[in-house]
Design a binder for this molecule. Structure first.
Ligand code: NAD
Length: 498
């Protein structure tokens, strides 16, 4: 059986006895194992990164960018293999895995522009013969910890930009899906990155705790669930480390009575059930304004859902695949049942889907629940499964109040034809990423990604311009070359240009 190891100092290491099973969620069987790191692997990775840092930091940005250009070419050339590896461990269908990879590649493209991104700010003659400039210097060795649901894209949010900015990086991927992440890491080595600049240490919370506590690591990027994001942010910031920690979500779409209902239904289907709802930007709640809109929405959604196909990752005709583990499947089923017990209507019930030939896969069918209220457990929690809940309200104000009162604030969307309503919504909604007739408003690589409230802990969000600022620190230099002809006297007052 294949064992996925670490990548430390340019070499693959799978030398530990301590391993964990990796499931193929489509079949429910264990097909690989992953090595779980400990103190020694973290120490070795930090030592390799520290050793590589002085030369990498001094490498001209244009040369660092060329490594990223070659990395992009290799990612595109190996797209089929990467998507197969994602599918085997995550269960994502190839069309969806291709989308994940493409969104990741766009972050590599952005990192290719690093000579431009690192340009500083310059002011001439801030005083007599005095010039001043700010430059953006790398932090040193930084670490990233990533979730299971985007094994390639979320790591690509982090390390290409961090490395292009001159840092060395240690990645701790999700132990449930390490294969595609490690394969992609090897492509970056092949692209010409010196050994030690990028290291991957596999493992669980033990490795995470060591990375956070390690004195050799200056900053932590985290993406995962909210309780872990909050704990990591608290620990890292108490140690004086820069930290950005992206957490969970509950994303609402307001469906206004004037919306193009057929379009809203199509958009909601993809955003709620794509990737089995295991996206932090999945739309999991439709807030319908007025009973007429709600009745039409539920009737059109349930009709369209008859054609949705859940199944194994290899079959591209499937709309979405299994969920990540048996335990996660049971949790989703429990939340659907709790909604039913609390008085909601399970209009389309995906609790017992039949997937021919895959009796042990972790499948949940597309589920639609109507008449959900905000006090229900299924509403309050992030379900992270193919479940769309409908909440009925009487006005847009009521819909916005519900969204603003939810503890999460990652993404949201409004379906409407009314520009004034859309503008009011985007202005006043307390959510970090907003769509207007766009169901998954995931910012492109040259903007930045970050939710509000308990979906994000930190100041600088992920990738794009904020990513450059996160992975660098500003240094401001003020310089004077005194003229031989002009001698300054002694002054004890604060220098000014008065
Ligand atoms: P998770 O929090 O269980 O795990 C994320 C990472 O943290 C993994 O690498 C894991 O090994 C590690 N980890 C888990 N428990 C830990 C602990 N107690 N201490 C230290 N490290 C720990 O998340 P997941 O189940 O892999 O991913 C799904 C979650 O991630 C969802 O909540 C989803 O919304 C969220 N997510 C958020 C974003 C975003 O951008 N906001 C993006 C993707 C996923």
């Amino acid at each position: 059986m294949e064992t996925i190891g670490h990548l430390i100092n340019g070499e693959i290491r799978a030398d530990s006895e301590n391993t964990q099973a990796i499931f193929n969620p489509s079949t429910g069987s264990v097909e690989k194992r992953v090595v779980l790191g400990g103190v020694a692997s973290v120490e070795d990775a930090v030592a390799a990164a520290k050793a590589a840092y002085p030369v990498w930091r001094a490498t001209p940005p244009i040369r660092r960018a060329r490594v990223m250009q070659e990395f992009k070419r290799l990612l595109e050339a190996n797209a089929d293999t990467i998507c197969r590896l994602i599918g085997e461990e995550h269960g994502k269908i190839k069309h969806d895995a291709m989308g994940e990879l493409q969104r990741g590649i766009e972050n590599v493209e952005y990192a290719c522009g690093v000579p431009e991104l690192l340009k500083g700010e310059h002011s001439r003659n801030v005083g007599p013969n005095i010039d001043s400039w700010s430059e953006f210097q790398p932090l040193g060795v930084v670490a990233g910890i990533t979730p299971f649901n985007f094994p390639v894209m979320v790591p690509l949010w982090m390390y290409p930009l961090a490395i292009a900015c001159g840092n060395c990086f240690i990645l701790k991927p999700s132990e449930r899906v390490p294969g595609s992440t490690l394969f992609v890491a090897q492509l970056l080595q092949e692209a010409g990155l010196p050994p030690g600049v990028f290291n991957v240490v596999n493992g669980d919370r033990e490795v995470v705790d060591q990375l956070i506590a390690h004195k050799g690591i200056s900053a932590i990027s985290f993406v995962g669930s909210t309780p872990v994001a909050e704990a990591i942010y608290t620990k890292a910031s108490a140690l004086g480390k820069r930290c950005q920690a992206l957490g969970g979500a509950k994303n609402h779409a307001i469906v206004m009575p004037d919306a193009d209902m057929d379009n809203a239904v199509n958009q909601l289907l993809g955003a709620a059930f794509g990737s089995s709802g295991e996206r932090c930007m999945a739309l999991s709640v439709a807030v319908a304004v007025g009973d007429a809109a709600a009745d039409m929405l539920v009737s059109k959604l349930s009709a369209a859902m008859e054609d949705l196909k859940v199944g194994a990752f290899e079959d591209e005709s499937n709309d979405f695949g299994p969920v990540i583990t048996e335990a996660h499947k049971e949790r989703i089923l429990g939340l659907i049942t709790s909604a039913e017990d609390d008085g909601a209507d399970v209009v389309v019930d995906g609790r017992r889907p039949y997937v021919d030939g895959y009796p042990f896969g972790f499948y949940v069918g597309a589920t639609l629940i109507d008449r959900v209220t905000t006090s229900m457990e299924s509403y309050r929690q992030e379900i992270f499964g193919p479940v769309l809940q409908v909440v009925r309200v009487n006005s847009m104000e009521e819909a916005m109040q519900i969204i603003n009162e939810h503890e999460y604030g990652n993404g949201t969307c409004i379906f409407t034809r009314d520009g004034e309503a859309a503008r009011y919504f985007s202005d006043h909604i307390e959510v970090g990423m907003v769509g207007i007739n766009v169901p998954l408003p995931v910012p492109v690589a040259y903007h930045s990604f970050g939710g509000w409230k308990r979906s994000f802990f930190g100041d600088l969000s992920a990738y794009g311009p904020d990513g450059v600022r996160f992975y660098t620190r500003r240094k401001t230099i003020t310089q004077r070359w005194p003229s031989m002809n002009v001698r300054e006297g002694v002054t004890f007052s604060m220098p000014t240009m008065k």
